[in-house]
Design a protein around this ligand. Structure first.
Ligand SMILES: *Cc1c(COP(=O)(O)O)cnc(C)c1O
Length: 349
């Protein structure tokens, strides 16, 4: 396509997980929360709607930033909001890396980092995880023009966690900002928010899509030291969060009781799911997220994905180069998990 920038023509584009419309699928493929969000969310959105939408929203989502700042023990100017955390990832990459610069992340991980780098015309330096999903030594190796690093923590698809101590060490060794993508941070036993104060290079992104059950609302945010936030604020669309999502997101994070109960339920279901999958014979990585990564040495995984799909259960089949293929299954409700296990026992007999 001759009108298009060469890097865009050359890239294939990110393919999100299937979102079937209708067909009554049990959706365990994109790590959505199986439970309805806090009821306070709909109330707040309705109130905003009643007030009308004629005016532009608050471009900095101040109401949300104030609540989030309180929650995380920082000032509001340490927080920037986005239209989902994918928007935050886009904003950060546009702020720190240009054409020809290098962006580093581990492999395998969230594939969108590669897509965003390609759009930016930047190079990627993908550092293979060790086989046990610990970070490879090369993650802090110096390279020319290294301008940014990403670390999904917990990682997808593995659900594994790099400890905050190691993250701090890695950040100190890197010459560039490190964005710790904590999309699943609420399900993990530790997180890196505290480190943002200790190290100006550490930025932590969060989303309401997974732990707050609001993937359809599109709201995410990043916590970083104010000088970085100020630069990123220049890059974002002026009105990147709409009035309804700001109201809903603010209500959601104000209801920490809902979050605690949801987290407790998901973590309990996750433990049971892992055990039952192991009983069937799967290798299951101990998960710190709301999904599990399953492999079955010596057995092709695609037919398992396909058999589940025939039974109207959607999971994510992942085949990465130079890595054992597997399926990533979201921790659904107990009934959804039981349906999934029933089919799996049947297939794997
Ligand atoms: C789901 C996910 C996101 C994006 O979430 P949004 O819905 O855009 O907020 C970001 N990073 C990782 C690792 C994810 O799994």
């Amino acid at each position: 396509m001759k009108y298009v920038r060469p890097n865009i023509a050359a890239m294939s584009g990110y393919v999100p997980g299937e979102q079937p419309r209708g067909g009554k699928f049990i959706k365990l493929n994109t790590n959505e929360n199986p439970y309805p969000a806090s009821s306070k969310v709909a109330v707040a959105i309705q109130e905003t709607l009643n007030g009308g939408l004629a005016k532009y929203p608050d471009s900095m989502a101040t109401a949300f930033r104030m609540r989030a700042a309180e929650l995380f023990g920082v000032e509001p100017d340490w927080i920037l909001c986005g239209n989902g955390s994918d928007d935050i990832l886009t904003i950060s990459i546009r702020t720190f890396a240009g054409p020809g610069d290098v962006i580093r992340f581990p492999y395998p991980t969230y594939i969108l980092y590669r897509t965003l780098a390609q759009i930016q015309g930047a190079e990627t330096d993908e550092v293979r995880f060790n086989d046990d999903w610990s970070l490879g030594d090369q993650f802090t190796a110096p390279v020319q023009r290294l301008k940014m690093a990403f670390l999904a923590n917990p990682n997808s698809p593995s659900g594994t966690l790099v400890s905050p101590d190691e993250v701090l060490q890695v950040a100190n060794d890197l010459p560039c900002p490190l964005l710790v993508d904590e999309a699943y941070g609420d399900f993990a036993e530790s997180n890196c928010v505290e480190l943002v104060r200790q190290c100006e290079k550490i930025m932590v992104s969060r989303t309401l899509s997974k732990s707050y059950g609001l993937a359809g609302l599109r709201f995410g945010f990043i916590i970083a030291q104010p000088p970085l936030i100020q630069q990123m604020a220049k890059v974002k669309d002026s009105y990147n969060c709409d009035a309804l999502s700001i109201a809903g997101a603010t209500a959601a994070i104000s209801d920490q009781n809902w979050l605690a109960e949801n987290r407790r339920q998901i973590v309990a279901s996750r433990g049971r799911f892992e055990n039952e999958l192991r009983a069937i014979g799967f290798h299951v990585q101990p998960s710190q997220a709301n999904f599990v990564w399953c492999t079955f040495p010596g057995r092709p995984m695609k037919p398992i994905y396909e058999a589940l799909k025939r039974d109207k259960i959607l999971v994510r089949y992942m085949a990465y180069d130079d890595w054992e293929e597997g399926i990533r299954i979201s921790v659904g409700s107990d009934a959804q998990i039981d349906a999934c296990l029933l089919t799996l026992r049947d297939i794997m007999e």
